[in-house]
Design a binder for this molecule. Structure first.
Ligand code: HEM
Length: 124
């Protein structure tokens, strides 16, 4: 059984996903102010490494950043339901536009929805 990472075509898939996602972040009124002005490239690289590792690709994220502990790493950002929706909407546009198998798309989407819900740290 090959990994999800291999089935979607490896690094180029994740690079495409993340660069398109950050193009949305750059113009989103809720998300843009949350991300570091001077290090959008770094932010994109971290998300790409994380997703590649999560889906069975190289473990560069772990080597450079340590254990993901994503909820903890997001604790410093004000993530309410509006921020989650903005993040997920941007992802939905991107994931919906990528060339990929529909079962793999469904798997990716259900993970992203679950993960985004788990990152909410502010009540409405
Ligand atoms: C729910 C809405 C979310 C918001 C508003 C949000 C916002 C942010 C912000 C502002 C950063 C800092 C950027 C940087 O790395 O310098 C960040 C980092 C990161 N986010 Fe999110 N995020 C959300 C959901 C998610 C989800 C669902 C995932 C994973 C599937 C994720 C994965 C990451 C990763 C891997 C990093 C870098 C962590 C590190 O190594 O420092 N985020 N996020």
């Amino acid at each position: 059984m090959s990994s999800f990472y291999e089935q979607v075509g490896g690094e180029p898939f994740f690079s495409d996903l993340v660069s398109q996602f950050y193009a949305h972040v750059a113009t989103d009124p809720i998300l843009r102010p949350m991300y570091p002005d001077s290090d959008m490239k770094g932010a994109a690289a971290r998300l790409q490494m994380f997703l590649e590792q999560y889906w069975g690709g190289p473990t560069t994220y772990q080597e450079q950043r340590g254990h993901p502990r994503l909820r903890m790493r997001h604790a410093g950002f004000h993530i309410d339901s509006a921020a989650r929706d903005a993040w997920l909407n941007a992802m939905q546009v991107v994931v919906g536009g990528l060339e990929m198998d529909s079962d793999l798309r469904a798997q990716l989407w259900s993970y992203l929805e679950m993960a985004a819900n788990s990152m909410v740290n502010q009540p409405d």
